[in-house]
Design a protein around this ligand. Structure first.
Ligand code: CP
Length: 311
């Protein structure tokens, strides 16, 4: 049996600190494997994972695929384009047909909020949420937490500032819940039109529209991708205006702690939410986040499949 209290990884909203601890501690052992010349272990030999991506992805899709290969799992990649979804088949029928081919775990990304939870409820497969709409992106938040612990040690009492389009960000939501569960102090900053509509969803979080106030004495800053498509919704005056008031620049970071860690889930709009001098500077751990993503996904797949290989 898995040593996690959950059967699926759907989100971090109700995550138990002990489950987060188990995932992050397991990640550490897989991270060391990734630094070896031979980066493969037999932990998931004989198990089959299907990657169901209904929405574009670079980092998450490749990272899951590499994690599965490093664990010696068999894997199948599904893309909605070219599938029978185009002929009107439902997502649930698609999953049930894939399940009938004897698969063990399903990784799913979809633009619709709640699709992974729906599939978990109506199928027998173990489901991992790889990002659902503006709801949650738990594996991104876990790799962010792992990177922060690697850089800062325990997160208890550390100040992490999340800046950008928080309202539409699944990364922000998962991070706020996950970081808070591990005792970090979370500050959230953005234009009022891009802050959460229902802040009561988030306990003990400081909300501000003043980026200098937000980053003051912060240990880490997570800049979010400004979703340019939101411009059409009249939520922003212009990208230039956004950059002037909320862009993370060297000057904005002057009041944060020396050595403040700079993070971004990617893809970055350079010169909008983050200046290149900051994104590529010595405090940036953005590519370390990507490296850690493979290890965190190995840990999650390994833990959720615990026992399957022996059933
Ligand atoms: N961070 C992230 O989810 O990136 P992708 O959309 O490229 O997977």
């Amino acid at each position: 049996m898995s040593s996690l209290s959950m059967r699926h990884l759907l989100g971090l909203r109700d995550a138990k600190p002990n489950d987060l601890r188990v995932i992050l501690d397991t990640t550490r052992s897989f991270r060391s494997i990734l630094d070896r010349p031979v980066k493969k272990v037999p932990s998931m030999r004989g198990l089959t994972v299907v990657n169901l991506f209904f929405e574009d992805s670079t980092r998450t899709r490749i990272s899951f695929e590499l994690a599965e290969k490093r664990l010696s799992a068999d894997l199948v990649n599904f893309a909605s384009s070219g599938s029978s979804l185009k002929k009107g088949e439902t997502i649930l029928d698609t999953l049930r047909n894939i399940e009938a081919m004897k698969i063990d775990l399903v990784v799913v990304r979809h633009s619709g909020t709640g699709v992974p939870a729906f599939l978990a409820k109506h199928s027998n497969a173990i489901i991992v949420n790889a990002g659902d709409g503006a709801n949650e992106h738990p594996t991104q938040a876990l790799l962010d937490m792992y990177t922060l612990e690697q850089e800062l040690g325990s997160l208890r009492g550390k100040t992490v500032c999340i800046v950008g389009d928080v309202r539409h960000s699944r990364v922000a939501r998962s991070n706020i819940w996950g970081l808070s569960a591990l005792g970090a102090k979370v500050r959230v900053c953005g234009p009022s039109t891009l802050l959460p509509k229902n802040p009561a969803e988030f306990q003990n979080v400081v909300f501000t529209t003043d980026v200098r106030h937000a980053v003051n004495n912060a240990d880490a800053v997570i800049a979010l991708r400004l979703q340019k498509e939101r411009q059409d919704d009249n939520l922003l005056p212009s990208l230039r205006e956004y950059r002037n008031f909320f862009g993370i620049t060297e000057e904005v970071l002057e009041s944060s702690k020396a050595g403040v860690k700079i993070m971004h889930p990617g893809p970055i709009n350079r010169g909008v939410e983050l200046d290149s001098t900051v994104a590529d500077g010595s405090n940036s751990v953005i590519l370390e986040q990507v490296s850690n993503g493979v290890a965190v996904r190995m840990a999650i797949l390994y833990l959720l499949s615990g026992g399957l290989a022996h059933e």
